[in-house]
Design a protein around this ligand. Structure first.
Ligand code: GRF
Length: 215
């Protein structure tokens, strides 16, 4: 069983999707701990109801990002987390943290990356007038919403959509995508080679990506 910790700041609907998936038979991962930086985050209630241990680390109690992140790392080490899922975690993590968890730290973002990074991605998509929107699960790198993409799902932007209706349509896909990616990682089917994610890659594909691109 892959030991997964989830970091969140709010609603926790993606946490719920991961919990629900982890309770299905033959799912290869278990949620061992939830960390919230917001004391009354609704996601904490979801953890409690599922019998999952949780910690509140209120960032305002720490004098710097470094000391906050060190505390988070302490909790993650203590619970034996092997994979960390950001799920609506609204704090920027330090480079030290991101590098320490390289290829073991996932994020879900409500856009088809690399488009519309940052806050209010759904409104950004509407403002740009795109016809297709979606969500991405990616390994976290130093830049905001950057890193090797593991999987994406697309939804149409419909006439009359506002940020709320589009977000709801994307969220349905988020709840499918995140558990699917964690399953693939739990099944050891995901490799990151030269900053590209390969799924079920055979030796030839791995070798192809390990060479520099031909120009
Ligand atoms: C989701 O839209 C996710 O893509 C983004 O933050 C939101 C979190 O929602 N990173 P929830 O807390 O999982 O319900």
């Amino acid at each position: 069983m892959l030991r997964v910790a989830v970091l969140l700041s709010g609603r926790g609907s993606n946490l719920q999707a991961l919990i629900d998936a982890s309770q299905t038979s033959a799912y290869p991962a278990e949620i061992v701990h939830v960390v919230a930086n917001v004391p009354n985050a609704p996601g904490l209630t979801r953890a409690r109801e599922a019998g999952i241990a949780s910690s509140v680390l209120d960032h305002r109690d720490y004098e710097s990002r470094e000391t906050f992140d060190a505390a988070v790392t302490g909790v993650l080490k203590e619970c034996g987390a092997e994979l960390v899922c950001l799920a609506g975690f609204m704090r920027i993590l330090t480079d030290t943290f991101v590098e320490a968890w390289k290829d073991r730290l996932l994020n879900i973002h409500p856009s088809l990356l690399p488009a519309f990074k940052g806050l209010n991605a759904q409104q950004q998509a509407l403002d740009a007038g795109v016809k297709i929107a979606g969500c991405s699960v990616h390994f976290v790198r130093l830049g905001m919403d950057e890193g090797p993409i593991v999987a994406q799902a697309a939804v149409p932007v419909l006439p009359g959509d506002d940020a709320e209706s589009l977000s709801a349509r994307i969220l349905i896909e988020e709840h499918r995508l995140y558990p699917m990616v964690v399953r693939l990682i739990g099944e050891k089917r995901v490799a990151v080679i030269r900053e590209r994610v390969l799924i079920d890659a055979d030796e030839g594909e791995r070798a192809g990506l390990s060479k520099p691109p031909a120009h």
